[in-house]
Design a protein around this ligand. Sequence first.
Ligand code: SAH
Ligand code: SF4
Ligand code: F3S
Length: 480
Amino acid sequence: MKPKYVYVNTLGCQMNVYDSRQIVSELTAIGYEKTPFIENADLIVLNTCSVREKAEQKAFSFLGRLASLKKKKPALMVGVGGCVAQQEGKNILKRMPFVDIVFGTHAIGRLARQVERIEKKRCRIVDIDVATDNDLDSIRFQEINTSDFVTIMQGCDNFCTYCVVPHVRGRETSRLPDQIVEEIENLTVIGLREVTLLGQNVNSYGQKEAFCSFPELLSKVNAIDNLWRIRFTTSHPKDLSQALIDSFRHLDKLCHHIHLPVQSGSNRVLKKMNRNYTREIYQEKVAALRDACPDIAITSDMIVGFPGETQSDFQDTLDLIRAVEFDGLFAFAYSDRPGVPASRFREKINTAEKKERLQTLLNLQEQMTKKQNQALIGATELVLVEGISKKQESTDTSDGDEHQQWTGRTSTNKIVNFTWHQSPPLDAEASNGAASPAHMAVGTLLTIKIEKAFSHSLLGKPLEIQTSPFGKKGENYYAA
Ligand code: SAH
Ligand code: SF4
Ligand code: F3S
């Protein structure tokens, strides 16, 4: 494995000098070597001092000079430790968008594992917990991503007969809209670009509490500066309102994707599941969604082998899959959950049969997804860059940063992997002079030409860094 280099700059007192030695020894354990040359570094660590204002200024002016280095080398990692880190925490991430990790004076023993986490996920981390415990599971630290989830409600009132959620999570309760908006605003300041609003049934958000409707919440979130994309999950078909469908027409940040679990294509089974819609109603909603947003991607959940599901019920499910042409399916073999009504239903389907139905369903969907993905070959898609691709994570990255495989998603939630060649990067014409290719990093919007299609992802060639559709530079959160 090619060695990775760490450059450490130590400011302040003997305590910091001592700590820096420990920082290096921590990092050596994960393959770093100390280098005296800042240009060679894969990781730059600044160990700061906050005893006087001057010392603090010195830290920020050193960091300021790193911005241009990072632009040349997107894979470069920057860490800030020491007393300013402890004192300022995530304010440093706000002020210095190219900093990857802020670690406090008690976090040195956790640094190596946090750095590995960033290498894998390209997230940003603030760890200023003062616990002496170095177990990552028991300390409080914040991981900041380009794309993240924000819970808008908890619990569920629907009592689908197979489902344990209402029993373990209690009744549905919504969070205050202002609280949700504030949380997202705070996250965008430190690099969030895409939010997924989470709830078991977001469509009924705020109804019981008479806060506001879900479409109203969406339009509040849509107004947040520096947020580029909104997603949500999950939607119960029975509560999918025309107003929500119309949101896809009106809200420019709403991604063209909906996850709309149908569970079964058989009306008889849907009734036994207590889902409160028929397949005809489901199909009407799908048609209305496609009318509002012609390129919308629709994904769903399916349960096979629900108690009493006959071959003909199962055929109805396959039939619905063919009719709707889902962009993706999560399918599950029914399993008994303690205390739920379906666990007492008769006519249980045996395991082998459930397995077989599941496989048949998955094969059908895989063929369909592959066909849809193949139809995208040659198309140009707008992709939000999220990090290093999973595939890359699991293989050796020793061929160098320049050839790392990055990953992102289209508005329709398709995964697009691509390789970033720094030189020569893009065709000069395409880059349009708008942004230097070296600006690419996590949080960048890129147009990508799709060249290959697989069943779960696409492979493409980056064309140009995009300005966001909302009048702001889309390159990322790096200050010019
Ligand atoms: N609130 C969401 C789903 C939550 S659970 C909704 O209503 O859509 C996620 C998925 O797990 C469900 O959509 C369902 O497909 C599956 N699931 C839940 N309980 C199950 C069970 N007992 N057996 C098999 N699959 C189950
Ligand atoms: Fe609620 Fe979803 Fe479970 Fe139904 S499947 S009870 S809607 S969590
Ligand atoms: Fe609990 Fe969520 Fe599973 S509510 S049961 S962890 S789906």
